[in-house]
Ligand binder design. Structure first.
Ligand SMILES: [Fe+2]
Length: 329
């Protein structure tokens, strides 16, 4: 199994491929999120690449499973050009929109703050993406479902989101669609964006006796009930830490439960929005207390800071019978 954390700047897009004789061209292809759609995210930054361009460059001609982790611009908007160019067989999502608003586009972008403009763009993109998917092709997931997907030695556990987070966000999204004026829209968008991260889908991918924990923007608080009630499900050899490595990404309890040997951070190389926070990495080093491999999606941080390499298109973790290795994409 190969897991590539594509360098989409401040955002996240994760490509997973696994040999499968029954899949098209012998490869099972899974994509979690598509990064941002904003031109500014890619302009003038070496190494950064749109998810759609990365897939094209690597001749990905089908997607067996596409996952919408949650509805934020830096995760969902880059999926629009992906699905228009590559056939997708099955979708997973966490957030369910009410039937009557699917496909609806909300106006009034001009008067909003930058944060709420992004929130609204992502809701409109999600709404239009969901509209095009036949109901039978999408599963809405939450809670714990061990081995929800299984093919040979490859399986996926659904570990979250916690239903309470998901319900709160869905109610808040309903307020966005129901907002009667600019003030109500602004308020509903602010509430939605603040709650959204912990409504992210949490997946644990298992292959060759190893596990990879992927929780999108779920922070330490969002993992809290899972860690408390099901610590046995938290063990992961590879942990892609949440929320781009911001200060709220991890705490000692979460790290002890996951106990990874490889930590991946999807942060942009300008470390915007407090991504890859120094304290986060101090907590990881202090808690795990042994050698951990650190990988960043731009390839700049690999075991130690390496200023001599240029940002790359991504970093790939390989998992096979021999163990875990990685390379720059
Ligand atoms: Fe994010």
């Amino acid at each position: 199994m190969d897991i590539t954390f594509i360098n989409v700047g401040y955002g996240e897009s994760i490509l997973i491929t696994e040999n499968d004789p029954e899949a098209q061209n012998g490869t099972f292809v899974m994509l979690i999120d598509g990064g941002s759609a904003m031109d500014s995210e890619y302009a003038g930054e070496s190494g950064r690449i749109r998810a759609c361009d990365y897939l094209k460059k690597h001749h990905i001609d089908h997607i067996d499973l596409l996952v919408f982790s949650h509805v934020h611009e830096d995760h969902v908007c880059g999926l629009v050009p992906v699905v228009s160019g590559i056939p997708v067989r099955k979708y997973w999502a966490s957030i369910r929109l009410k039937d009557e608003v699917i496909g609806k586009q909300i106006g009034g972008l001009e008067t909003l703050s930058e944060t709420n403009k992004k929130m609204l763009s992502s809701i409109n993109a999600y709404s239009s993406l969901i509209e095009k998917i036949p109901a039978a092709d999408i599963d809405y997931l939450d809670g714990i479902k061990e081995k929800y997907f299984k093919s040979g030695d490859f399986s996926i556990d659904i570990l979250g989101p916690d239903l309470s987070y998901k319900k709160s966000v869905e109610a808040s999204l309903a307020n966005v669609f129901a907002a009667g004026d600019a003030v109500a829209l602004d308020k509903a968008l602010t509430e939605t964006t603040e709650m959204m991260n912990n409504a992210s889908l949490i997946l644990r991918i298992n292959c060759c006796g190893k596990s990879v924990l992927l929780g999108a923007d779920t922070n330490a608080e969002g993992f809290k009930s899972l860690v408390k009630e099901h610590p046995e499900l938290m063990k992961a050899d590879v942990f892609k830490i949440g929320h781009h490595g911001q200060a709220d990404a991890v705490n000692e309890t979460l790290l002890r439960a996951a106990d990874p040997s490889v930590v991946v951070c999807c942060a942009s190389n300008d470390y915007r929005n407090d991504s890859s926070n120094e304290k986060t990495f101090e907590t990881i080093k202090r808690t795990l207390g042994r050698n951990v491999t650190y990988l960043f999606q731009d390839g700049l941080y690999a075991e130690q800071w390496n200023p001599d390499i240029s940002p790359r298109n991504g970093v790939t973790v390989h998992i096979d019978e021999l163990g875990i290795s990685w390379s720059l994409a």
